[in-house]
Design a protein around this ligand. Structure first.
Ligand SMILES: NC(=O)c1ccc[n+]([C@@H]2O[C@H](COP(=O)([O-])OP(=O)(O)OC[C@H]3O[C@@H](n4cnc5c(N)ncnc54)[C@H](OP(=O)(O)O)[C@@H]3O)[C@@H](O)[C@H]2O)c1
Length: 276
C-alpha cells in the first residue's frame, strides 16, 4: 500500500472543495502539501485548515497563488516550487470550473474559459512538472468527472472539457509508464462543493434531472476514494455506487438504452417545468 508519509504532494485547486479535502486527509497521513489556486484569501484559509491536520510538526504546508490558464506563470511557479520544495511525488491536477446551461446560452468566451482552465490548465501544469517527475517517477492524478464519460444535457462546454481530460489521461497513462509515473483519472459525480452552487445559477431543469441519476456525494467521501485509489494503483477512480453503476451500464449496455433513460428524465423535467 502506498505510504503518503513524508511524500511531497502538489494539488492545483487545493484551496476549496475536493482539492482542499484531499489535502486535509493527506496531511493526516503525513504528506507535505503545496496547494495552488488564484484567490489569496481562499488559499490562506486553506493553509490554516490543512496545518491543523498535520500528523507531525515537520510537515510543510505551502500555498502558492497561480492561475493554471497562464502557461508562462505556471512554468515559472513550478520551476520555483521544484527548486524550493523538490519535485512532487504526487501531482493532483484538480483546478477546474463548472458550467451548466443550454448550448445556445454558452458564449464563445465562456466555452473557451472552461477549456482553458479544465483542459489547458491541466496540460500546462503537467508539462511544467514533467521533466522533474520523469527523473524519479511518481504519480499524476487528473480530476475529470463522470461527465467525461457520458454526454449530458446542459454540459456541452463542461462535458467537452472532461471528455478531453479522460482521453488525455489515457494517452498519458500509456506514455508515462516507461518513466515510472503512474497516471490515474478520477471521475466523480456531483459533489457538494462551491462549484455546484456557481453552476446552480444557470443549470437547466433537464440537466438537473439527468444529473440526479448519478447522485450527490460529499467531498470527504470523494477525497477518501481518491486516496484509496492511489494506494491501490487504480487507473480509473469513480467515487460512489450510483456513478460506478452508470459507468458500467454505459460500457456494457447498448448505447440506446442509456440514451433512452436520459431522454426520459429530460422529458419528465420538461413536463414538470411546463406545469409550473
Ligand atoms: N463538484 C462537483 O460536482 C464535481 C464533480 C466532478 C468533478 N469535479 C471536478 O473537481 C475539481 C474540483 O472542483 P470542486 O468541486 O472541488 O470545486 P471548487 O470547490 O470550486 O474548487 C475549485 C478549485 O479550483 C481552483 N481554480 C479554479 N480555476 C482556477 C485557475 N484558473 N487556476 C488555478 N486554480 C483554479 C479554485 O480556486 P480559485 O477560484 O481561487 O482559483 C478552487 O481551489 C474540478 O476539476 C471539477 O471539475 C467536480
Amino acid at each position: 500500500m502506498y505510504d503518503f508519509d513524508n511524500k511531497r504532494v502538489y494539488i492545483t485547486g487545493g484551496s476549496s472543495g475536493i482539492g482542499l479535502e484531499t489535502a486535509r486527509q493527506l496531511a493526516l497521513m503525513g504528506a507535505h502539501l503545496i496547494l495552488f489556486s488564484r484567490d489569496k484569501v481562499k488559499l490562506e484559509y486553506a493553509r490554516k485548515a490543512v496545518v491543523q491536520h498535520r500528523k507531525h510538526d515537520l510537515q510543510k504546508i505551502q500555498c502558492i497563488q497561480l492561475d493554471v490558464r497562464d502557461n508562462a506563470w505556471v512554468e515559472q511557479v513550478m520551476q520555483q516550487a521544484v527548486k524550493n520544495f523538490g519535485a512532487p511525488d504526487v501531482l493532483i491536477t484538480n483546478a477546474g470550473v463548472g458550467c451548466a446551461d443550454y448550448f445556445e446560452n454558452i458564449s464563445f468566451e465562456t466555452f473557451d474559459a472552461i477549456m482553458a482552465t479544465n483542459v489547458y490548465g491541466t496540460r500546462n501544469v503537467i508539462a511544467a512538472l514533467f521533466s522533474s517527475m520523469k527523473q524519479k517517477g511518481g504519480r499524476i492524478v487528473i480530476i475529470a468527472s463522470i461527465a467525461g464519460h457520458m454526454g449530458m444535457f446542459g454540459y456541452t462546454a463542461y462535458g467537452t472539457s472532461k471528455f478531453a481530460l479522460v482521453g488525455f489521461s489515457e494517452c498519458l497513462r500509456s506514455e508515462l509508464k516507461r518513466y515510472g509515473i503512474r497516471v490515474s483519472v478520477v471521475c466523480p459525480p456531483e459533489t457538494d462543493t462551491p462549484l455546484i452552487y456557481e453552476e446552480g445559477k444557470t443549470i437547466p431543469p433537464e440537466a438537473r434531472a439527468v444529473k440526479n441519476l448519478a447522485g450527490l456525494l460529499k467531498p470527504e467521501y470523494v477525497a477518501k476514494r481518491i486516496i484509496r485509489g492511489m494506494q491501490r494503483n487504480t487507473y480509473l477512480i469513480i467515487p460512489g455506487f450510483r456513478a460506478t453503476l452508470l459507468y458500467f451500464l454505459q460500457c456494457y449496455l447498448p448505447g440506446w438504452i442509456i440514451q433512452l433513460s436520459a431522454d426520459l428524465a429530460v422529458k419528465r423535467a420538461e413536463k414538470n417545468s411546463d406545469r409550473e
